[in-house]
Design a protein around this ligand. Sequence first.
Ligand code: ATP
Length: 466
Amino acid sequence: MDQQNDLMEKIVSLCKRRGFVFPGSEIYGGLANSYEYGPAGVELKKNITDAWWQFFVRSRPDMVGLDSSIILHPKVWEASGHVAGFADALIDCKSCKMRTRADHLIEEALPEMKVEGKSVEELTQIIQDRKIKCPNCGKFDWTAVRKFNLLFETHIGIVPEAQSQAYLRGETAQGIFVSFKNILDSTRVRLPFGVGQTGKSFRNEITKGNFIFRTLEFEQAEIEYFFDPKESNWQELFEQWKADMWKFVTEGLGVDKENLRWREHGDEERSFYSKRTEDLEYNFPFGFKELWGLAYRTDYDLQQHIKASGVDLSYTDPQSGKKIVPHVIEPAVGINRLMAMVLLDSYREEADRVYLALPPRLAPYKVAVFPLLANKPALVAKAKDIYQMLAPNFTTAWDDRGNVGKRYYSQDEIGTPFCVTVDFDTLGEGKDPALKDTVTVRDRDSKEQIRIKIEELKSYLTNKLI
Ligand code: ATP
């Protein structure tokens, strides 16, 4: 097994063992490409979402937030082009029945070839000409390539005859365009400004099981940044967004710059309405892959919704009274993909332990509290008091199983930056009476242990966790 696959397997197994990510619907035999986020995973995912929201929405005067519906009017998806064009090209192996994405099949067999934007006929031709074999059974016996729409269909209404078709949203971005007028009318936003939103999106993906990299449902964090192309230089805005995304990933999420790169889409790959698209890619164990897309989408989406809804979605400049339909730059990322990256990037192995070097603000638990021995009521009671003191301010874990060494080991694996142990010295029953009301604080990264007064614990942790 090569080192990279090995890393992926280690992460998948750590995630299950320590409660980050479980296989979806496991007791029913599993549901492909779906996952459950366990007690540690839900905290990590939430912390990543909060960090994104803080960085891109709350700390910027030119940004506001939104939480739109998962089920929007079906006309939204017709106007946006998703009903007609949001499709993957699939191919089936007639011999072993494996279904796969034609673009992935080609790109894996011929890594030098970029096939985005190619028609189904062109894809079929490449597979035939280059005699690409089924990676599952080794045969060369394919159906023609066909397009399948990725939108999840659902129905509104309970009486079958009166049901109307609807879709679970395939991206959060369209909700922003739909609410654009209401945002203008209800706030004092002035161009250029952005609207950010996070929430679930759904895509009927055929995937290759790259863990939580690509799943049927996932959480997106998307921004539409609106501007007047006559007043703002789009190239400069684009560069600024690139810099902000880079800063968030490297400084906010603590990811190694060496594992990141930008890739610009060529003319064939870019959507016809986009003037420039770049992907921020991360070096996943299965290669550099899109983490975060950045696209200049012109005024395409607003114009489509103006045409389809008949509603005026233009912006009126408060000074000049001039009306324009703003253009947008769209940074779009999946929180789950960010989480996969953060887990992979923070994984460390040492001779005697494994730990996640997570930035403290992302760690599921900031601190863990242990009584030295679980069968000594006085130690347990004191440790519980400390737990109660810390829990309102820091996400705090409690562990009284096994010995302290084992507890360190398991907290290291979930990336807890500090562990606090209550021992006999704390109770004033040790050798040194001066140690009464002090605890041992152990640092995850250095493994160093220091003695701290209980009354100073909160301020010590606050300073360390900033
Ligand atoms: P890909 O080429 O990987 O399918 P995309 O170009 O279709 O992605 P966008 O529509 O630009 O993706 O979505 C924006 C972001 O949402 C992606 O960069 C990715 O982080 C995330 N994303 C998209 N699809 C999925 C999915 N099925 N599972 C998890 N995250 C996803």
